[in-house]
Design a protein around this ligand. Structure first.
Ligand SMILES: CC(C)[C@H](C(=O)O)[C@@H](O)C(=O)O
Ligand code: SF4
Length: 458
């Protein structure tokens, strides 16, 4: 019987297998950031160890850094960043610091440099490491003690998860993006729908996606509990990697990185791509989502008592009434950015909507490129001008308003349309309310001040 891609990569990285123990896997690329690494370096130091393969390790300042200026005012944030700087200097790890031309969100920078490649194992002390699966890599988030293990040994003990196929055929409508697709997938399977599985996205709708779109899709695999998400590499992947600074093309090897025809997944979910509409979350988990053309649901619509009570609680926190048309929900903040939607293609999409239009009075829009390279490219293409002319704020790279670890925080009681990936209570600031959307919906919403699909503006 044939094999699933994830298992092929797993077996190719096996260092040791023993009965009753997790497999020991070799790690090809280890990404590090300021939030999840300090204790790991402390542990290394205490044990008198060095970093085993510093040249396979790359560190980034992204979560705690400001997107205006180079001064880190918050003492906690500054301490984290300074610790990373000291640790990288001491252990010989390359670090992209605030102010560097290559700095940015780790999940945006590594693919952009060509460091993320098909068939690799990639880990980072960060749940959205699943992003890198877009290249047909096996990429997953790890905890801080595992970060220490990888730093010390370049290996990681792991048990092979089950495999899940998410098949999407059909053609996505022009105003439907990978963000809408992943929100639709999560709404279908539920927040725990991928738990314990590595997901492979397949089908004609997936094959038609750009690399940026595949990254958006894989990025949010973790939001329905999946251990990792991936797309088999193809011509789109090779074309993206060609000419990137660190990508040595290995086409013969990469072409073999496919799930065999007769391989069997532990689970399969099928969606019709043509039926997906621009989506938005109304609640406080990513599965609580409906089309922009829909209405806020009533808790009674959900049979599962847990889902129903989660809906009741979410409606309270979000201050929303069942039956309210989504298009009537007013926002005061729009955030375009994050490792989900902070890439050049996302900025281009938003700019097509904002060109010649204005951000509505009373709405603050932050446009935060995922990396300084994306920022430079957007400036070169004239996108930055479109955003500033529309009245949006044009910022430097970082996680920014995706989470409340830096100065870009929402005030209590405010409401956003956000292209990020998490809408938990307080995620964008204590008491702040988040509606997850695509870049197109974010831009259209900025123009009207209410949740709006791009097509609504025509
Ligand atoms: C801070 C970090 C460990 C965290 C993660 O693991 O994802 C963050 O990136 C997030 O998105 O919540
Ligand atoms: S942009 Fe958001 S989701 Fe991505 S790594 Fe940063 S905090 Fe996590």
């Amino acid at each position: 019987m044939g094999e699933v891609l994830a298992r092929k990569i797993w077996e190719a990285h096996l260092v040791r297998r023993a009965a009753g123990e997790p497999d020991l896997l070799y790690v090809d690329l280890h990404l590090v950031h300021e939030v999840s690494s300090p204790q790991a370096f402390d542990g290394l130091r205490a044990a008198g160890r060095r970093v085993r393969r510093p040249e396979l390790t790359l560190a980034m300042e992204d979560h705690a850094v400001p997107t205006l200026g180079l001064t880190i005012a918050d003492p906690m944030a500054r301490a984290q960043v300074e610790a990373l700087r000291r640790n990288c200097a001491e252990f010989g790890i390359r670090l992209f610091s605030l102010g560097d031309a290559e700095q940015g969100i780790v999940h945006v920078v590594a693919p952009q440099l060509g460091l993320t490649q098909p068939g690799m194992t990639i880990v980072c002390g960060d749940s959205h490491t699943s992003t890198h699966g877009a290249f047909g890599a096996l990429a997953f988030g790890i905890g801080t003690s595992e970060v220490e293990h990888v730093l010390a040994t370049q290996t990681l003990p792991q048990r092979m998860p089950r495999t899940m196929e998410v098949r999407v055929d059909g053609r996505l409508a022009p105003d439907v993006t990978a963000k809408d697709l992943i929100l639709a997938i999560i709404a279908r399977v539920g927040v725990g729908g991928g738990a314990g599985h590595i997901v492979e996205y397949r089908g004609t709708a997936i094959e038609a996606l750009s690399m940026e779109a595949r990254m958006t899709l894989c990025n949010m695999s973790i939001e329905f509990g999946a251990r990792a998400g991936m797309v088999a590499p193809d011509e789109t992947t090779y074309a993206y990697l060609a000419g990137r600074p660190y990508a040595a093309l290995a086409l013969d090897h990469w072409r073999g990185l496919r799930t065999d025809e007769d391989a069997v997944f532990d689970r399969t979910v099928v969606l019709d791509g043509a039926a997906v509409r621009p989506f938005v979350t109304w609640g406080t988990n990513p599965a609580q989502a409906v089309p922009v053309s829909g209405v806020v649901p009533a808790p009674e619509e959900f049979d599962d008592p847990l889902v129903r009570s989660a809906a009741e609680q979410a409606l309270r926190y979000m201050e929303l009434t069942p039956g309210t048309p989504v298009r009537d929900i007013a926002v005061d903040t729009v955030f375009l950015g994050s490792c989900t939607n902070g890439r050049i293609e996302d900025l281009r999409a938003a700019a097509t909507v904002l060109r010649g239009r204005r951000v509505a009075d009373g709405v603050t829009m932050l446009v935060v490129p995922g990396s300084m390279k994306v920022r430079a490219q957007a400036e070169e293409e004239g996108l930055a001008e479109v955003f500033t002319a529309a009245g949006a704020q044009w910022r430097a790279a970082g996680c920014s308003m995706c989470l409340g670890l830096n100065p870009d925080r929402m005030a209590p009681g405010t409401r956003s349309a956000s292209t990020s990936n998490r809408n938990f209570e307080g995620r964008q600031g204590p008491g702040a309310r988040t509606h997850l959307v695509s870049p197109l919906v974010a831009a259209a919403t900025a123009v009207t001040g209410r949740l709006t699909a791009a097509a609504d503006l025509d």
